[in-house]
Write a protein that binds this ligand. Structure first.
Ligand SMILES: *Cc1c(COP(=O)(O)O)cnc(C)c1O
Length: 416
C-alpha cells in the first residue's frame, strides 16, 4: 500500500479529469437539469452513447461524478456510484442485484442497521445465513445452490472481528460468487478489498472518508474483478456492450435512478474536501488508538480490549498483514459493569455519542444503546458484554486523551 500515492490521488483527482477555468477542484453544480444544444445529444444521453451523460441530478451531477472518480481511483476500481448515505449504498446493492429466491451469506458481525436490513430482505423472499466469517470454511458450509452473494465488513463494529478476507475471496472466485466487502472502517487509506478479490466495495463516506462528522454519503465501487456475464440477475436492458459494465449500470439505474437515494452536490463537495486529509487522519488516529488500546489493556479496571493492533486479538496476524494500520475503532469491557456509567461520565474529552470516524473521539456504552433493540440473546450471541464500550478515536492529542481515560477509569478505584 503506497500511502503517499493515496493522498496524491485525492488532492489531484479533479484537475486530472479536467475542471473549467483552471479551477483545481470540481465546483458545486446545483443544476438539477442538464440541457443540450442539439436534440441528438439529448437522445444520446438516454441511449448511453453521449460522452457527457448528465441528464437529471437524481442520477448524478458533475460534482458527484468527481467524487465517484476519486473513490474509484482510491479503490482502484472500474467505476463507482454515489448514494445519500452508506445504508443507501448497501440497500442499493442488495435490492438491485438480488431477487426473490436468492440466498446471501453474511458475516454475523456486521453493522447493526445492515443486520436489520437482512430482516427486510427476508420479507422480500431473499434469505441470509449469518456465520462467523473469521473462518472461510464457515462461509463455504453455508453456501447453497441459490447463493448469489457473500457479504463481509473489514473490521466489525463494535467487536473488531476481522473476516478471513483473502480465503473468502478465493472461495468466491472458485464458486463464481459476488464478493461484497464493506470497507467503511478501514477505508481505502488502510485497505483495498480489490486486493483480496472483492467484486464490489461499499464505503460509508460519512465516517472516515468525509471525516469531520459533517456530511452523509455512501458509494458502491465495482473493482472489475467479477464477471457479470454469468450473473443471472442482470436485466435484459443492461445486457448490452461490455459485460464488465453491466453490474454498475444496473446499480445506477435500478437503485439510484429508480429508488432515488441520491447524494447532493453540496454534500459531495463537503465529502471531497474531508477526503483530502483521509490518509493523514487515519495515520494519526490509528496511532493514538494503538496507544489507547495498550493503555486500556494494562489498566486494572478493564476486563478486555478488542483492537486488531493488539497481539492478543484473534485475527491480529491477518490484520497486520492486510491493513496499513489497525484503524481508529476499538472497544473495551469494563470489569465492574456497575461503574460503567460513572466512568463514562467522568470522561471530559470524548463525546458521548453514537457515530464513527469523526475528528473528535466518540464513546458509547454498547449494550444499553446501539444493541438495546437487539435484546439479551442476540447480544450474547454477538459477544456484546454488558460492560462493553466502543471508542471511535479522533484527532485529539494522545497524551491528553490517555490522561482523560486514566482519570475516568481510576476514579472508582475506591470501589474496586
Ligand atoms: C456507518 C456504517 C454504515 C452506514 O453508513 P451511513 O452513512 O451511516 O448510512 C455501513 N457500514 C458500516 C461498517 C458503518 O460503520
Amino acid at each position: 500500500m503506497k500511502e503517499q500515492g493515496i493522498t496524491t490521488a485525492i488532492v489531484h483527482s479533479d484537475p486530472w479529469a479536467g475542471v473549467e477555468h483552471g479551477a483545481i477542484r470540481a465546483p458545486i453544480h446545483t443544476s438539477t437539469q442538464f440541457g443540450y444544444e442539439r436534440v441528438e445529444d439529448l437522445i444520446g444521453v438516454f441511449q448511453g452513447t453521449a460522452k457527457n451523460s448528465f441528464n437529471y441530478a437524481r442520477q448524478g451531477t458533475p460534482t458527484t461524478a468527481a467524487l465517484e472518480a476519486k473513490v474509484t481511483r482510491l479503490e482502484q476500481g472500474r467505476g463507482s456510484v454515489c448514494f445519500s448515505s452508506g445504508m443507501a449504498a448497501i440497500a442499493a446493492t442488495f435490492l438491485s442485484l438480488l431477487k426473490t429466491g436468492d440466498h446471501l451469506v453474511s458475516s454475523k458481525f456486521v453493522f447493526g442497521n445492515t443486520n436489520s436490513l437482512f430482516g427486510t430482505l427476508e420479507h422480500l423472499g431473499i434469505t441470509t445465513s449469518k456465520v462467523d466469517a473469521s473462518s472461510a470454511s464457515a462461509i463455504e458450509a453455508a453456501l447453497r445452490p441459490n447463493t448469489r452473494m457473500v457479504f463481509v465488513e473489514t473490521i466489525a463494529n463494535p467487536g473488531t472481528q476481522v473476516p478471513d478476507l483473502e480465503a473468502i475471496g478465493e472461495l468466491c472466485r472458485q464458486r463464481g460468487l459476488l464478493y461484497v466487502v464493506d470497507n467503511t472502517i478501514t477505508s481505502p487509506a488502510l485497505f483495498r478489498p480489490r486486493d483480496v478479490g472483492a467484486g464490489l466495495v461499499i464505503n460509508s463516506l460519512s465516517k472516515s472518508i468525509a471525516g469531520h462528522g459533517a456530511a452523509l454519503g455512501g458509494t458502491v465501487t465495482d473493482t472489475g474483478l467479477f464477471d457479470w456475464a454469468d450473473y443471472p440477475n442482470i436485466f435484459p436492458a443492461y445486457r448490452r456492450g461490455d459485460p464488465a459494465g453491466w453490474g454498475l449500470v444496473q446499480v445506477r439505474k435500478k437503485a439510484l435512478r429508480d429508488m432515488g437515494a441520491s447524494l447532493s452536490s453540496e454534500q459531495a463537495h463537503q465529502i471531497a474536501i474531508g477526503a483530502e486529509t483521509l490518509t493523514l487522519r487515519n495515520q494519526q488516529s490509528s496511532k493514538t488508538a494503538m496507544s489507547l488500546a495498550s493503555f486500556l489493556q494494562n489498566h486494572p479496571a478493564v476486563q478486555a480490549v478488542h483492537y486488531p493492533g493488539l497481539a492478543s486479538h484473534p485475527q491480529y496476524r491477518i490484520a497486520s498483514r492486510l491493513f496499513a494500520a489497525p484503524s481508529w475503532l476499538l472497544s473495551f469491557e469494563i470489569k465492574q459493569v456497575s461503574t460503567m456509567l460513572q466512568v463514562l461520565n467522568r470522561l471530559h474529552i470524548p463525546v458521548k455519542a453514537t457515530g464513527l470516524g469523526d475528528t473528535r473521539s466518540l464513546v458509547i456504552p454498547v449494550a444499553p444503546t446501539i444493541y438495546w433493540e437487539a435484546g439479551p440473546e442476540i447480544r450474547a450471541d454477538m459477544g456484546i458484554a454488558d460492560g462493553l464500550v466502543r471508542v471511535s478515536v479522533g484527532l485529539e492529542e494522545e497524551a491528553a486523551l490517555l490522561e482523560d481515560f486514566e482519570q475516568a477509569l481510576s476514579g472508582d478505584s475506591a470501589g474496586r
